[in-house]
Design a binder for this molecule. Structure first.
Ligand SMILES: CC(=O)SCCNC(=O)CCNC(=O)[C@H](O)C(C)(C)COP(=O)(O)OP(=O)(O)OC[C@H]1O[C@@H](n2cnc3c(N)ncnc32)[C@H](O)[C@@H]1OP(=O)(O)O
Ligand SMILES: O=C(O)CCC(=O)C(=O)O
Length: 392
């Protein structure tokens, strides 16, 4: 549970949200399947197991271990993850094809997402008619159910599907045994308002007791806002990945959504935010990608300050930061550069245990700025120590 005294977002959000019901939010992690669809990512089975353990440690409720039809390696990874004794439920992924589902059954999984395209552009791309896809969905979901699998039906490109067909397909999947449904924004084109609308429609069609998932992508940078809207509209499971790794603009980013829900909406998500930065670092090593230093939640600059005006307020974190760095188990720090001020010099001297008089601060600051401009970058601590030796 978040220590709310460490959240400094003020009272505006509370005023704006007054009277709204607080919905529960749970996470379904698809780093190992949809995350791996990021160009160039290819996790080996050992790495998949490590990632699954890491994501389990973050506190997600469900982990999509993979799509067994892709390769024997994927099967091996799924088998290992299923046997790893994770707290999270382990889910498989399958197209609406009996042979795909058979591979999930063979692995002994108890839960599976079964997906099929439901928008006209997607059906046209596969050269499959609505009738044909309905038939495949009925056969695949029935086969899974007969084999004891708990199914979530996932309509690819839901947000561009004809509403009448959407309703028909989801009801058909439930009629043959699916227990849950996913509303899917495959191309990240839905506004948060459209997501609210579609989840509301789906809730009306499937009734109050069928869990609704929301699976979104970040092509317009709206995935977090849409996930929050989905929760507000009554979705119970949010799909996403660590760092939002995924195809194109990526998937919804679980830690980012959890941070917003916990800190701004006061909704408990079960995610351990103190573990998120390490998980992100490790995933970046494994999948070999970089992130912007200003990236919310995990960016390396979030609690590092260069500007002098901000350094002057460094002693009062709530004046310059939206929440305590300790909530993410992250150190705060001052760096020296062109934008440093007098307070930056004093703080850096304190941090490095350097003794110098108040009267020396202006000359040290001038030297710091000079070197920063020469370098077009930040000073190292060693460079600052040299300056203090020469001028302090
Ligand atoms: C398909 C997805 O969206 S899953 C998410 C994307 N993930 C990946 O692509 C993972 C890596 N991919 C792979 O390893 C391979 O591309 C595979 C295993 C997915 C596909 O293997 P392929 O043998 O190339 O399958 P292919 O694309 O030819 O499709 C086979 C059949 O499945 C049908 N099909 C494809 N997707 C679906 C679906 N979701 N539901 C029902 N039928 C489908 C096709 O229409 C085709 O039918 P046809 O034989 O009657 O023409
Ligand atoms: O078509 C795909 O990429 C697989 C399904 C999916 O993850 C999605 O539709 O977002």
């Amino acid at each position: 549970m978040i220590d709310r005294t460490k959240v400094w977002s003020g009272t505006l959000n509370d005023v704006a949200l007054a009277g709204r019901p607080k919905r529960a939010a749970k996470f379904y992690d698809t780093t190992l399947r949809d995350g791996e669809q990021a160009v160039g990512a290819a996790f080996d089975p050992e790495q998949k197991l490590e990632i699954a353990r890491m994501v389990d440690g973050l506190g997600v409720g469900r982990i999509e271990a993979g799509f067994p039809r892709v390769s024997d390696e994927d099967k091996e990874a799924i088998r290992a993850i299923a046997k790893a004794g994770l707290k999270a439920e382990v889910w498989g992924f399958s197209r609406a094809l009996v042979d795909d589902v058979a591979a999930v059954v063979e692995l002994g999984l108890k839960y599976c997402v079964i997906e099929a395209p439901i928008s006209d552009p997607k059906l046209a791309a596969l050269e499959v008619t609505r009738e044909k896809v309905l038939d495949r969905i009925r056969k695949a979901v029935s086969f899974a159910t007969e084999n004891g699998i708990h199914v979530c039906f996932f309509g690819v490109d839901s947000t561009r599907a004809d509403l009448g067909f959407f309703e028909h397909v989801y009801k058909a999947a439930l009629d043959v045994g699916a227990k849950e449904i996913a509303v899917v924004d495959t191309l990240g084109i839905a506004t948060p308002e459209a997501v609210t609308f579609l989840i509301g429609k789906a809730r009306g069609w499937v009734g109050p007791s069928v869990p609704i998932h929301y699976h979104g992508h970040n092509d317009f940078g709206l995935a977090t806002a849409s996930a929050v809207a989905a929760i507000d509209a009554g979705a119970s499971w949010i799909h996403g990945t660590v760092d939002g790794i995924g195809e194109r603009g990526g998937n919804a980013n679980i830690p980012e959504i959890a941070l917003a829900l916990e800190l701004l909406y006061g909704i408990d998500t079960g995610i351990d935010l103190t573990k998120v930065r390490k998980a992100s670092e490790r995933l970046r090593q494994i999948a070999r990608y970089g992130l912007e230093p200003w990236k919310p939640v995990v960016g390396e600059n979030l609690f590092v300050r260069e500007t002098g005006a901000v350094a002057a307020q460094f002693h009062l974190p709530h004046a310059i930061e939206p929440y305590a760095a300790s909530l993410l188990d992250t150190p705060r720090g001052i760096v020296l550069g062109k934008k440093s001020g007098a307070a930056s010099i004093t703080l850096k001297c304190e941090e490095l245990g350097l003794k110098t008089g108040e009267d020396k601060v202006p000359v040290l600051l001038a030297e710091v700025k000079k070197l920063a401009l020469q370098k077009r970058g930040l000073l190292t601590d060693a460079e600052f120590v040299e300056i203090v030796k020469r001028h302090g």
